[in-house]
Ligand binder design. Structure first.
Ligand code: CA
Length: 227
């Protein structure tokens, strides 16, 4: 059974989450504040943590940092904050994903399942070197991309970007992470690099590059590969 720790101070939202999760046979613990969350995380060893950033006793970011001191448990941030800087800060602190409130329960459950699936498997492994979608096949080891029976040529930079995204299926990869990995720069001002390369890659991969299905932009945040 998958154990979920819900960290949230809004009792109505806690109640809704607990009911929905228990109905899907998750084992749920709930903490109304950061101190309780850290205590329960150590005592109950959850498989995934749903974390509100705005807690009464401490900042959710500090909860993430404290957790990351000893555990790699997936952390899914529930954020009422619209500012993307806050979300980037949460991801940089070690959160795995975020959902902006208000969210639909279906979306939350889908993200939760994805977070649990990824546990301990966030880096490329040989078994996942070939990625198949409805439109193309990527062989990461052979550096070969086949679409509609034909080889599609990618530049080394495009390969590098695609490798990072494909190795984190369904997961938001921040602009900062991509820039750092591919260009070794962290300035967000270089985001135009990413826009240019993503547009090129979409022309090569997507049926309709203006409505991408695989290379998804998360505005102000980064990119997500949907396989
Ligand atoms: Ca709150």
């Amino acid at each position: 059974m998958t154990r979920v720790l819900v960290v949230e101070d809004d009792p109505r939202l806690v109640k809704a989450l607990v009911i929905s999760l228990q109905a899907r046979t998750y084992d749920v613990d709930a903490a109304p504040d950061g101190a309780t969350a850290l205590r329960l995380a150590a005592a109950r060893q959850p498989d995934v943590v749903l974390l509100d950033l705005g807690l009464p006793d401490m900042d959710g970011l500090d909860v993430i940092t404290a957790l990351r001191g000893w555990t790699g448990v997936p952390v899914l941030v529930l954020s009422a904050r619209q500012a993307s800087d806050e979300k980037v800060a949460a991801l940089d602190a070690g959160a795995d994903d975020y959902i902006t409130k208000p969210f639909s329960m279906d979306e939350l459950l889908a993200r939760l399942r994805a977070a649990v699936r990824r546990t301990g498997n966030t880096s490329p492994v040989p078994g996942t070197a070939v990625v198949e979608t409805a439109d193309f096949t990527i062989d990461l080891l052979a550096k070969r991309l086949v679409r509609g029976g034909r080889d599609v040529r990618l530049t080394p930079t495009e390969w590098h970007l695609l490798e990072i995204l494909v190795s984190n299926p369904g997961r938001l990869v921040t602009q900062q992470h991509l820039l750092q990995e591919v260009w070794g720069v962290s300035q967000r001002k270089k985001n135009n690099y990413l826009r240019v390369y993503m547009a090129q890659m979409r022309r090569k991969l997507e049926r309709d590059p203006s409505h991408p299905r695989y290379l998804i932009t998360e505005p102000g945040m980064g990119y997500r590969f949907e396989g």
